[in-house]
Design a binder for this molecule. Structure first.
Ligand code: SF4
Length: 323
């Protein structure tokens, strides 16, 4: 059996602050097979982006990371700096949320796409790298001559496409897309999602897609992992998790979006009340219990572990029973 492209085991990430260590990710484990796509869902502050950044060791200095992250058979957490720099573009690449902040405002976008190819010597020279940059722009649906544009001369959707082209520059096996459509309007969001799905299909890319919008993830992901307070609280087939959520948090997240064509759901939104907990001051027991309509005394006794919740599904709630 082939090893997965990515295997994350018992990952813990703690940020160092003046008052001590703050646990942002607690014991997260998952696998990503070659060519597969995984969605990480949850509200802001639940550990999704921290998990994604840990995969390429993009966390701030002083952050403590424990566990194991094996990317294409290599342990990322103990990788030497030189090897890590190479892996970041050639094995795994990331598309960030705010393209305007991720791009250099005083350099033409073509040069910015060509730069990693020259650094990692995946293009024989600057002329070949520039030609490849134009080709990549065309692959993401922009005219090649946009390579001469500066970021401020492009729309939000065009800049996001530039970031995707840049992430593909060194032909990685894994693409991590961290809220790539959050800042875009609905039409452009749909176009970017379609582009990512097409690229995944055409290039055999493996993909990790992060968003708070469960419905977006079901369009582009095979599997879904829902995070709350730094832990995975539910996982399984993306359509199954969205259609029949088992964990009360997933149910709230799925219900938090209005139904298109149903004015009642816009006027009386259901879903989640309150906010996620402060990672430095987590509630005892199940971290979701202060917001959970089904909470009972036993929910404070300990942190619920993931337990079987259906074929290839699991959920971390004491009310979930194996089918
Ligand atoms: Fe709600 Fe209790 Fe289940 Fe937590 S363990 S999700 S508080 S019912």
């Amino acid at each position: 059996m082939n090893a997965p492209l990515l295997a994350v085991d018992d990952l813990w990430v703690r940020y160092r602050v003046a008052s001590g260590d703050v646990p942002a990710v607690q014991g997260v484990s998952f696998r990503l097979e070659r060519g597969a796509s995984l969605g990480l869902a949850g509200e802001s502050g639940c550990g999704k982006s921290t998990t994604a950044n840990a995969i390429l060791r993009l966390l701030p200095p002083g952050t403590r990371t424990e566990g194991s992250i094996r990317l294409d058979g290599e342990e990322v957490l103990t990788m030497r700096p030189g090897r890590l720099r190479a892996v970041r573009w050639t094995t795994g690449a990331i598309v960030f949320q705010g393209a305007l902040h991720a791009l250099n405002p005083v350099r033409r976008v073509g040069h910015q796409i060509a730069e990693p190819m020259l650094l990692h010597r995946t293009a024989p020279g600057s002329r070949a790298a520039d030609a490849r940059a134009r080709e990549l722009l065309e692959q993401v649906g922009l005219p090649g001559d946009r390579a001469r544009s500066y970021p401020h001369q492009l729309s939000g959707g065009q800049r996001q496409r530039v970031l995707i082209a840049m992430a593909l520059a060194c032909d990685p096996d894994l693409l991590i897309a961290d809220e790539p459509t959050t800042a875009l309007d609905v039409m452009v969001q749909a176009q970017v999602l379609e582009l990512l799905a097409g690229l995944r299909h055409d290039r055999g890319l493996s993909m990790i897609f992060i968003t708070h919008d469960l419905s977006v993830l079901t369009d582009v992901c095979d599997e879904l992992a829902v995070m709350y307070a730094g832990r995975i609280v539910e996982d399984g087939d993306a359509h199954d998790v969205f259609a029949t959520p088992q964990h009360p948090y997933t149910r709230g997240l799925a219900a938090a979006f209005p139904t298109i064509g149903d004015p009642a759901s816009r006027l009386a939104p259901s879903g989640l009340g309150g906010d996620p907990p402060d990672p430095s001051d987590l509630p005892v027991g199940c971290a979701f219990h202060p917001r959970c309509a089904l909470a009972r005394d036993e929910c404070r006794d300990g942190v619920p572990e993931l337990r079987p919740a259906g074929p290839d599904r699991s959920a971390a709630c004491i009310l979930v029973e194996a089918p």
